[in-house]
Design a protein around this ligand. Structure first.
Ligand code: ATP
Length: 265
């Protein structure tokens, strides 16, 4: 295993009585794009929550198995420590601060970044943390330049409220905000969901570019056609278990994947 590969081994997770993942193992080699496909309720978001230590926010828990990144166990870390370790989640539905400006949303992405405020901020520390995030974001010029290079529109709209952006632009902002933390691994939950085909294609191109710049990607998508084009390998989840796994090019021509996920009869 290289310095920045993700290894999910035998993970079982659920919400109360619901078993959402059963004995799931997934590898993301350093520098790769790996896709996770599956229908509604297959367990895709739960897998990203298990990796990003956010299960508890959703009333869930990891019940078995392990998650490690670059040989370091992640499953004992707090969510904020994970960002410092270089792993950043872009959740489904973008979840930006709609009333804040685009520029301030990007600054928020620097909070908890590697080399920044480590651990959780409490009470009055939060204000200081926010001031610190601004200062850090201003010092984070290479990340800012990278984000503006990938998404010139975010520079043009810097002073606009994030809630006024189009769906495609909001996804760009969500990606840009995540990149401000200078991640080594991005966890993307349905980045093309709800976007028109042109906007989805632009996001796919950008994910390819982000990866080419050296960031690994674990990509959860219902849009199997998009995901299999981007990824080098893929996993298909069905009712919480890995039903199929292999090189993306092989899965793209498998009868089962074509019939069930690519709409080919
Ligand atoms: P979708 O694309 O619909 O989000 P998914 O593949 O991401 O589907 P998950 O959201 O991981 O699937 O859901 C896996 C299972 O866990 C489903 O049975 C779902 O109903 C259940 N589940 C998900 N989130 C919760 C929650 N917060 N509380 C209880 N059960 C949940």
């Amino acid at each position: 295993m290289t310095a920045a590969s993700l290894r999910v081994e035998g993970v079982t997770a659920g919400y109360g009585p619901v078993r959402a993942l059963v004995d799931v193992s997934v590898d993301v080699p350093d520098g790769a794009v790996v896709a996770v496909l599956g229908g509604n309720g297959a367990g895709k978001s739960t897998l990203l929550r298990a990796v990003s230590r956010t299960l508890a926010f959703h009333g869930g828990a990891l019940r078995g198995g392990s998650v490690s990144f670059g040989g370091r166990r992640l499953d004992g870390l707090a969510a904020a420590e994970l960002v410092a370790a270089g792993v950043v989640l872009v959740p489904e539905g973008r979840q930006m601060f709609a009333r804040m400006t685009v520029a301030d949303n990007l600054r928020a992405g620097a909070l908890g970044a590697r080399g920044g405020a480590r651990g959780r901020a409490r009470g009055g520390e939060r204000d200081r943390a926010w001031g610190g995030a601004r200062a850090r974001a201003d010092r984070r010029a290479p990340a800012h330049a990278r984000v503006h290079g990938l998404f010139p529109v975010l520079r043009q709209r810097a002073q606009q409220r994030a809630g006024l952006l189009s769906g495609g632009e909001q996804q760009m902002l969500a990606l840009g905000r995540a990149l401000m933390a200078e991640p080594r691994l991005l966890l993307l939950d349905e980045p093309t969901l709800g976007l028109a085909p042109m906007a989805a294609a632009r996001i796919a191109d950008t994910i390819r570019e982000i990866n080419a710049q050296g960031t690994s990607v674990l990509l959860v998508e219902q849009n199997a056609a998009v995901a299999l084009k981007l990824a080098s390998s893929a996993y298909v989840l069905e009712t919480g278990r890995v039903a199929l796994a292999g090189p993306a090019a092989e899965l793209a021509v498998s009868d089962e994947v074509r019939r069930r996920y690519l709409g080919v009869v």
